[in-house]
Design a protein around this ligand. Sequence first.
Ligand SMILES: Cc1ncc(COP(=O)(O)O)c(C=O)c1O
Length: 368
Amino acid sequence: MTGIDDLPIRDELRGKSPYGAPQLDVPVRLNTNENPYPLPEPLVERIAERVAEAARQLNRYPDRDAVELRTGLAHYLTRTAGLAVGPEQVWAANGSNEVLQQLLQTFGGPGRTAIGFEPSYSMHALISRGTGTGWISGPRNDDFTIDVEAACQVIAERKPDVVFITSPNNPTGTAVGAETVLALYEAAQAAKPSLVVVDEAYAEFSHRPSLLPLIEGRPHLVLSRTMSKAFGAAGLRLGYLAADPAVVDAVQLVRLPYHLSAVTQATALAALEHTDTLLGYVDALKTERDRLVRELRAIGCDVTDSDANFVQFGRFEDAHAAWQTLLDHGVLVRDNGVPGRLRVTAGTPTENDAFLDAVRELMKEKSA
Ligand SMILES: Cc1ncc(COP(=O)(O)O)c(C=O)c1O
């Protein structure tokens, strides 16, 4: 039988496995940081209306520049993220993963490098690899905050072309302060200058304000967002960025023509009409996230402070064995490979209760 490695694939892809959390059929799935609440029925109806309208013109290519959608996203950011932005500063694609890929195709690539501070979102490294961009793993402190001095030093030495800062960070939940972003931005400009990408996929769940205002006057700073989490629309595949208009112009050089289908644009526009209802679910999830942190600590777990819709907890001698025990109790969480730790997504109150019961059982077995 022919295997992948028998094919004439690129050398750097040899022996690698595709990214993806297990999609197992278990009662409680808290492993991929999805929003547990289905879209509200009035929004489902609005999507059907908007998609029906779009369907009447599916013989035509969609708006290549997605102007109406980018205008809607710009309004959303202006209203919620602390800086007035226009559609010329916003770009949208199929999930923020595609936004990140377009950025790396534009600013990374063969002979160039990107840096992230690990543990962090593993797709930053994987998309770098996929675009032929060299990957540099930067340091973090023991409490998972970014070690600013060490980070600036490695930026000065290695002079990466792209710097990733994830706030709140996945999988640790740690938010990054504006002063840290500014320090790294200055270091990156002095070293190269390079593009600094702030991945704010979980921003709406944070106690801290968005880092969006920092893009003003900083043409090499990009903020990446998604509708997969706060908008409860992971299945939609809609991510976006905000940056200087020149960055938006630059990614046009690599985007596929008509990359964002008319159906996607129509659905995202419908979701934006229901922003306030969807942000109400975010409030409920923040309350549940804080409860998870409290109760896990009361059970005796070591829990990392979280500004996201998930919580990192431990410590386990063998995190994978702990993951398996929770799965045996019908609860799927994520083993991100952080030694001694697992990550749980905040679910509905009932799902979280089931998770907490499973952890209590796990801790009992551990101390028995
Ligand atoms: C930090 C971070 N960025 C980006 C993404 C990708 O989100 P999407 O491609 O669904 O927009 C995720 C998804 O889990 C994430 O955790």
